[in-house]
Design a protein around this ligand. Structure first.
Ligand code: ADP
Ligand code: MG
Length: 248
């Protein structure tokens, strides 16, 4: 049987300048599943996504995509291999229209392919579709996040990295976003999601990984963690609630 792991971190050390954040991190994320990345602020969750997306080069260890070594690969190669990244916060060109933002998202595909794929992506987001020629900044927070996800989906990604998508969104929109991620995973995409909205996120996820100071402290099926009576103490209170906010 072929290896079910789409992403593998093997003993990865990575950080900023001389300050290492990920410390000998090893984990696998399975194809066609949602893997949820948990942990307190500053644990290194965003750093994992940034390292996978080639924004940081590992100092040690290997990163594999479907068994191929992609350690140290550049952004262009990673995009071509089907990795897409939706960072935390707002990442649109607010002055441009919805359509123009989508066009920019497809820049590596060429305009012909991009234009052919835009309708297919918009099918996921009826509200965004209705506002194709509005300025992106005029959309609601939820619509803007949907547009960002749509922009990533233009690439028909094999791997979708998404960092705290629920921030600033209403609970209903968050559920829409989670349902969409579930659908993508069910269609074969590998989703790696960072989310502080732990309980809701666990409900749509397959696996949960927790980091502390850049080290793996837990890797379990999401359903098992959801059923754990200690979940509140582990992830929803104490040090996790009071540690300082970290940004992307
Ligand atoms: N661009 C950066 N330069 C230097 N240090 C950073 C940078 N981004 C994050 N860090 C530091 O790396 C650590 C992990 O950050 P991050 O991966 O964003 O954590 P998380 O997403 O789990 O909250 C934190 O101590 C943070 O201050
Ligand atoms: Mg983060």
């Amino acid at each position: 049987m072929s290896n079910p792991n789409c992403i593998e971190f093997d003993d990865v050390v990575a950080g900023y300048k001389d300050f290492m954040i990920l410390n000998n991190l090893s984990f696998q994320a399975r194809r066609g599943s949602i893997t949820l990345l948990l942990g307190p602020n500053g644990a290194g969750k965003s750093t994992v996504l940034k390292t996978l997306f080639g924004l940081l080069k590992p100092r040690q260890g290997r990163i594999l995509l479907d068994g191929a070594d992609i350690t140290g690969a550049g952004q262009k190669e990673l995009l071509a291999r089907g990795i897409a990244f939706v960072p935390q916060g707002r990442n649109l060109f607010g002055q441009l229209t919805v359509f123009q933002n989508l066009e920019l998202g497809g820049i590596t595909l060429g305009m012909k392919t991009t234009h052919a794929r835009i309708p297919e992506v918009l099918e996921f987001f009826p509200r965004v579709k209705e506002r194709l020629h509005s300025q992106a900044s005029a959309l609601s927070g939820g619509e803007q996040k949907q547009l960002e996800i749509g922009r990533a989906l233009l690439l028909r990604p094999k791997v979708l990295l998404i960092d705290e998508p629920s921030i600033g969104l209403s609970p209903i929109v968050v559920q829409d976003v989670f349902r969409l991620l579930r659908r993508l995973a069910d269609q074969g995409a590998t989703v790696l999601m960072v989310e502080q909205n732990v309980k809701s996120a666990l409900k749509v996820s397959d696996e949960a990984i927790a980091l502390e100071s850049g080290r793996l402290v837990l890797h379990k099926p999401a359903s098992e963690l959801l059923a754990d009576p200690n979940i509140e103490r582990l992830f929803l209170g104490g040090a996790h609630a009071t540690s300082s906010a970290a940004t992307v």
